[in-house]
Design a protein around this ligand. Structure first.
Ligand SMILES: O=c1ccn([C@@H]2O[C@H](COP(=O)(O)OP(=O)(O)O[C@H]3O[C@H](CO)[C@@H](O)[C@H](O)[C@H]3O)[C@@H](O)[C@H]2O)c(=O)[nH]1
Ligand SMILES: O=P(O)(O)OC[C@H]1O[C@](O)(CO)[C@@H](O)[C@@H]1O
Length: 820
């Protein structure tokens, strides 16, 4: 059922907004069936207020749109809401009297008497329209649709919600007494049901709407009207939910019923909290069910609800379903502040990917650890402590486990320490007395570590390559003549062996695109290891862009400062009459495979391009590359030397700007600022396995021109639809042509880029897909540890080295066994 809710809500500020009646419940002091009593007492009432308060207690950001009279009862209601911590800034005040319902305490269900004045006087205004756009879920009941002007307001609100990816939930608590007799109210309620996403009728509601029938008939009648999800609550019998294809039946969890008032509102509140938390629909419904059971134990419409985790614990929800998942990343560079992202070739997209998925999984209630290597090195002081965490994220630890020397080691030199690292990890968990349920592994080094851990513990693992060695060998032009030299630098023997063992023994391989599965894993080098004929072995899970950070519309506190900074940089680097031109932006870490030099060459060789745009290169930690970059590490120096040579040769001074951008927040602000100059993001990498950078830039409103080699070929082009322009990174003319094409069709590509990210790339969906795959694996767990691991990784004696002759054979496609 999960397809029915696409949670692309990162830019929205309100979780739940309820629209409807707040009123006085005037309830008799004595039990009576016929209002034959003298003393009544006033209570704060109205189901929307219950939901606003409950959802607030459950930790959501909720608000209420309503209307009270300009009278003493109105003041009373406003005061009550304030005391309960409800945001009342959108409660309107009417000259009509505050609405009231007269009720009697009774064993049966006597018909209440409604005195309606202010409740339906809700008028739509610009503020409300803006709130709806920024809301994830809106909720209303039949009260506001039963009379004008609130009826028209709701109709418009539904339209705005639909246009802005806001989920519309409706409580179809139809009651004829609320409607004018001459109005075809039943038909109207059915019309509204047709337009909304979710409804939760009770059996009584169904009877009033459809007449006598069975539960199945009611459910089908509701489904046939067209909402995406119907949850029918059946009192003591629990509930049944359906999207027309799948059915969920749950028994009630209530063991004690003190008072049923507000139980439905409690259900809605728990259900919404689950949806907002990113739970799958079934889990969200279970949370709703437990929340209403909790409420039923107490008297009163609203009770102080505990936190979701407490409800989960009390009702033993998903007792054995929340998992302990660990992420193996031996490269060792996670810390709470993302201190060095892109400052070293090992500190790139993999960190972003793992952090985002781990955080999203933890928010869904799983216990998550990111395992990384402990580094005690004065150059990277942030990687020294054993434990770390991301502020505001519960259930997630960064755990640093030592292996080999204390100091930093680049990834090519880690291979021989991985067995020791795994032993230390196993010891760590044994001491804690709690082994993980599942291991996700990242890059070849994480992969082989996962395989060793699997061999020693039987805990299944997944492999996510991020970047495969064979493609790197291709693009570096490795052949028999230079293999030995390349081996010295890149240690391909170990990497390829590790990747083969990881992909063959993992329970599943996560790939970011089908292109990665069909064209990267099928490289001859992986023959016999990547089991392409077994569809269970691969799962395409698209990564995401953090649209909280990378948004075209929503800036952050750094926007102003960055805009001013860019202006100054342009004044410093660019000719006076060029400072307003569009920019062609390169924003990758300085790694030869990102091919900055290819882009600079394309710019240098094309006069038209130079007339129309400037070239902008962001560099981490290098303030003014034109003046000095002697302090950078040698691999970066080589690339900057290459860039400077071309600038010199083609006299590009005044047309190129280079400055330092030091965080994702700054990068996003920089993209937004440059988008206002009609600028373009460009990545001319020789090969890009997936490429987070292009989707982040697109999400900020920069159209993208990107390498056609690797994942971008699928990200930017699918089913005949273009979302950016693909170019050949080895062909200067093609690069220039691609950029000019986008400059000429700027608004088309800009719109396509933003839309593409919105509809396909979100981290919540990525994490949900990981969880789903892991759950399936754990359900069908089997231990098939008859694996071979090359002794090099297990025992470091010299005889165990992996020979170049093996690499030659495997790279050129000869038959070899998987792990030796
Ligand atoms: O100044 C900057 C520039 C970039 N970034 C971030 O660095 C990441 C770069 O990621 P990506 O574009 O994916 O490239 P790689 O670093 O090469 O990441 C590897 O791992 C990724 C995740 O699997 C894959 O998408 C890539 O193709 C793969 O090469 C992005 O999130 C950027 O926001 C910064 O934080 N600051
Ligand atoms: O260039 P390579 O060795 O293929 O690897 C890509 C690198 O980028 C990263 O994403 C950087 O975080 C790591 O996965 C890996 O170190």
């Amino acid at each position: 059922m999960d397809h029915i809710i696409f949670r692309n809500w990162e830019e929205k500020t309100y979780d739940v907004v309820v629209i409807g009646e707040i009123l006085i419940d005037m309830i008799s002091e004595e039990y009576t069936e016929d209002f034959n009593c003298d003393i009544y007492k006033k209570y704060f009432g109205g189901s929307p207020a219950n939901i606003a308060m409950n959802t607030k207690n459950l930790g959501l950001n909720s608000s209420i749109i309503s209307c009270v009279g300009n009278d003493g009862l109105g003041v009373f209601l406003l005061e009550q809401m304030k005391q309960r911590g409800i945001d009342i800034s959108n409660v309107q005040i009417s000259e009509n009297p505050t609405s009231m319902v007269l009720l009697t305490k009774s064993q049966g269900s006597p018909i209440p008497i409604f005195y309606r004045g202010a409740d339906y006087q809700i008028h739509l205004n610009e503020t409300i329209e803006e709130i709806i756009k920024k809301t994830k879920i809106i909720h209303f009941s039949t009260w506001p649709i039963s009379k004008e002007p609130s009826r028209s307001a709701i109709e418009k609100i539904i339209e705005i919600a639909k246009a802005n990816n806001t989920l519309v939930a409706f409580d179809p608590n139809y009651h004829p007494a609320l409607w004018e007799k001459e109005y075809d109210s039943i038909q109207y309620v059915k019309e509204i049901i047709k337009k909304v996403d979710i409804i939760k009728p009770s059996e009584d509601d169904a009877r009033r709407l459809f007449g006598e029938g069975t539960i199945e008939e009611y459910l089908n009648k509701y489904i046939n009207l067209g909402p995406k999800l119907v949850v029918m609550t059946l009192g003591k019998e629990g509930l049944i939910a359906s999207d027309g294809k799948e059915y969920i039946r749950l028994s009630t969890m209530a063991d004690r019923v003190a008072d049923a008032t507000g139980a439905g509102d409690a259900f809605y509140s728990g259900f919404y909290a689950g949806i907002i938390k990113g739970f799958q629909i079934k889990k969200a419904i279970e949370l709703g069910n437990a929340t209403s059971a909790y409420k039923l134990k107490y008297t009163g419409a609203v009770v102080d609800l505990p936190k979701i985790e407490e409800i989960q614990r009390l009702y033993n929800l998903w007792g054995d379903k929340t998992m302990h998942v660990i992420f193996l990343n031996p490269q060792g560079n996670f810390d709470k502040k993302d201190s060095y992202w892109t400052e070293h070739p090992d500190f790139g997209g993999q960190l972003v990917y793992v952090k985002e998925i781990a955080c999203a999984m933890a928010k869904q209630g799983h216990r998550v650890d990111i395992l990384t290597r402990q580094i005690i090195d004065e150059d990277w002081p942030e990687f020294a402590d054993e434990f770390d965490q991301y502020d505001g994220v519960e259930n997630l630890r960064i755990i640093r486990i030592p292996a080999g020397q204390k100091e930093f080691l680049q990834k090519e030199l880690l291979w021989e320490y991985l067995s020791e690292w795994v032993d230390n990890i196993i010891n760590f968990y044994q001491e804690e007395g709690d082994m993980p349920d599942f291991v996700t592994t990242h890059y070849g080094d994480g992969g082989i570590a996962g395989a060793i851990m699997y061999q020693r513990t039987g805990i299944p693992f997944s492999f996510t390559a991020h970047s495969l060695g064979a493609q790197k060998m291709d693009k570096l032009g490795v052949d028999i003549t230079n293999m030995e030299e390349m081996e010295k630098k890149y240690h391909f023997t170990k990497r390829i062996m590790a990747e083969r063992i990881a992909m063959a023994n993992s329970a599943i391989n996560f790939v970011s695109t089908s292109q990665e599965r069909d064209e990267q894993y099928t490289h001859l080098t992986y023959k016999g290891a990547g089991d392409m004929d077994n569809p269970q072995k691969f799962r395409v899970v698209a990564p995401g862009a953090n649209t909280e950070v990378f948004s075209a519309t929503k800036g952050n506190k750094e926007d102003k400062v960055v805009a001013q900074f860019i202006k100054e940089m342009f004044q410093r680097d660019l000719d006076k009459d060029r400072q307003e031109l569009p920019a062609i932006i390169a924003a990758s870490r300085l790694d030869p495979k990102k091919n900055h030099v290819g882009l600079v060459k394309a710019f240098a060789k094309n006069k038209e391009l130079q007339q129309k745009a400037n070239l902008v290169i962001t560099l981490r930690g290098i303030e003014n590359a034109f003046e000095d970059y002697s302090f950078v590490k040698s691999h970066e120096k080589e690339i900057l030397d290459g860039i400077m040579e071309i600038i010199d040769e083609y006299q590009l001074y005044g047309k190129v700007s280079m400055f330092s951008i030091n965080s994702q927040g700054q990068l996003a602000a920089c993209y937004r600022q440059l988008a206002s100059y009609n600028s373009i993001f460009c990545l001319t990498a020789v090969h890009e396995p997936f490429g987070l950078a292009p989707i982040e830039a697109m999400s900020c409103g920069l159209p993208a021109v990107v390498t056609k080699y690797g994942g971008p070929s699928e990200v930017l082009y699918e089913d005949g639809e273009e979302y950016g322009v693909l170019i050949d990174p080895f062909n200067s003319q093609d690069i220039a042509k691609g950029i000019l094409k986008v400059l000429e069709n700027y608004s088309f590509y800009k719109k396509q880029g933003i839309q593409r990210v919105k509809s396909k790339y979100t981290w919540d969906a990525t994490a949900a897909n990981y969880v789903k795959a892991i759950e399936e694996i754990l359900e069908n767990k089997k231990d098939d540890r008859n694996m071979e691991i090359h002794p090099y990784f297990l025992d470091l004696s010299n005889e165990n080295t992996i020979g170049l002759d093996w690499l030659e054979k495997v790279y050129l496609g000869g038959e070899v066994n998987v792990g030796v």
